[in-house]
Design a protein around this ligand. Structure first.
Ligand SMILES: NC(=O)c1ccc[n+]([C@@H]2O[C@H](COP(=O)([O-])OP(=O)(O)OC[C@H]3O[C@@H](n4cnc5c(N)ncnc54)[C@H](O)[C@@H]3O)[C@@H](O)[C@H]2O)c1
Length: 445
């Protein structure tokens, strides 16, 4: 079932009725590769160290750029579409006033689906308590600003470690684009520089990707997105999903693999198949998931075991088998689909939340283990419009949809695009991160 409230508010009469009642109207989110049309206002809060890098990426995007002190390009009367601030130079609390100076006026006239991206340093790298306080202050600032923005606009913070300045390109491009439509109020760490020789329009060309649970929902969207990015995608799902899987694989020019990932032989079968047909794997997406919701008091052990086996033990065993046989390429990308439940907890989901929190621990360990320029990251979706959420009771579904800053559920493509950004060869700077795709859900915030 679609989002009836969004349909209602997209009609003039419905919009009038809901605004009379003081109810929020969910904005139509702008999706796709491009940033919102309009100028980028960029600036520096103090003596930041990212100026040259930001100018290079923004210059590559060919967007009209307004940088105080420079000659502006683009029409003077246009509303800004993106606000980008280098705040790595904030050295003490008094410097924080520059946030007010930069945002006070322009935030009032930000275009629909506008973008705010603030760059800070890593607080733990600060050289004084004053600098650490100022840098940490950015997290609260960006989270609050995200709640004040309207019209589908988002705000995110990127923390760039020292000497990792060369690793921010793919993340800035992602956050400015419509691919990040449902990623809001996140703090994204860039821990190292990255090399990127890939073709921007087909970043996964000549790469092999495996997506588990790819027959439907979020997994199918991830497979489509990676294929559109140029990857040969191996779509894996249960034998019961065989027909759907084959059809999708054929449509995407990929291949299908029918496998129950909880089978004792699954790791060996998967590693054999990758070794024999492809020789290596560039992108591994652990998406297959299962729920058996009951309070712990009412849950039988089988419900516990099933969820843990699919969501956590299988990703661990499959990854170990591929790493043991050195099948992950040096620019390999592991992305695990966790869940907001794994961060915030959820009544009736002790098994599911434990498995999804466990996945975050797994990614954390793998990030330190994969080596080379390989990475391991997690995405944590909030409320996404899929078969799984369509089956929820009405009141619960409505709560899930509305309790976020964008007042709507995300689409499978929003999770898929976030996975695809982390899977890009150019995203080697992001390692060990957990990125929520939740429109700044109030849960676990
Ligand atoms: N939909 C949401 O709102 C939401 C929110 C947070 C997290 N997630 C997570 O996103 C992922 C995808 O969710 P979805 O909503 O598309 O779910 P879904 O149930 O529609 O799809 C899951 C897929 O995994 C496959 N699968 C299950 N067990 C398997 C096994 N043993 N071996 C191989 N494949 C198996 C299923 O056949 C199915 O095709 C899951 O990990 C889920 O926990 C979803």
């Amino acid at each position: 079932m679609g989002d009836w409230y969004q349909q209602l508010t997209s009609h003039p009469l419905g919009r009038q009725a809901t605004s009379l009642l003081g109810l929020p109207g969910p904005a139509q989110l702008r999706r796709g590769d491009d940033p919102p049309p309009g100028p980028v206002l960029a600036g520096d809060a103090g003596k930041g160290r990212l100026g040259a890098h930001l100018r290079r990426v923004l210059g590559d995007l060919h967007l009209p750029l307004r940088w105080p002190g420079d000659e502006a390009t683009g029409a003077a009367e246009d509303d800004n579409a993106c606000l980008v601030l280098d705040a790595t130079g904030l050295a003490e609390p008094a410097d924080l006033l520059s946030l007010h100076t930069f945002f006070h006026e322009p935030v009032r006239r930000l275009a629909p689906s506008g973008r705010v991206v603030v760059f800070g340093g890593v607080p733990a790298e600060a050289s004084s308590p004053a600098e650490r306080a100022a840098q940490h202050a950015l997290t609260g600032f960006v989270r609050s600003l995200a709640k004040e923005l309207r019209g589908g606009a988002t705000a995110n913070l990127v923390q760039v470690a020292r000497d990792a300045e060369g690793g921010l390109d793919s993340t800035l491009r992602f956050l400015l684009s419509g691919r990040s439509a449902f990623v809001d109020a996140q703090t994204i760490p860039i821990t190292r520089s990255a090399t990127d020789a890939s073709d921007r329009s087909r970043p996964q060309a000549d790469r092999v990707a495996l997506v588990t649970g790819a027959a439907r929902g979020i997994g199918a969207a991830i497979a489509r997105t990676l294929a559109a990015d140029g990857a040969h995608v191996v779509l894996l799902d249960l034998p019961a999903q065989g027909d759907r899987l084959t059809e999708s694989a054929n449509r995407l020019g990929g291949s299908a693999m029918q496998l129950d990932i909880t089978d004792a032989a699954a790791p060996t079968r998967l590693a054999d198949r990758i070794a024999e047909r492809h020789g290596r794997l560039d992108v591994l997406v652990h998406n297959a998931g299962s729920t058996r919701d009951k309070t712990i008091a009412g849950m039988d052990a089988a419900a516990w075991e099933t969820v843990m086996a699919v969501n956590l033990s299988a990703p661990l065993r499959l990854t170990e088998a591929l790493l043991d046989r050195e099948l992950l390429s040096p620019t390999g990308r592991i992305v695990a689909v966790s869940s907001l439940s794994g961060i915030a907890g959820n009544r009736g989901q002790t098994n599911y939340a434990a498995s999804k929190a466990g996945l975050i621990g797994l990614v954390d360990a793998l990030a330190g283990q994969v080596g080379g320029e390989a990475t391991a990251n997690a995405v944590a979706p909030g409320f996404i419009e899929t078969d799984m959420t369509a089956a929820m009771p009405f009141a619960l579904r409505e709560l899930g949809r509305r309790l976020n800053s964008l007042n709507q559920g995300g689409q499978p493509v929003d999770v898929a695009e976030t996975v695809a950004w982390l899977a890009e060869p150019g995203s080697g700077g992001v390692n060990g991160a957990v990125v929520r795709v939740c429109g700044q859900s109030l849960l676990g915030a």
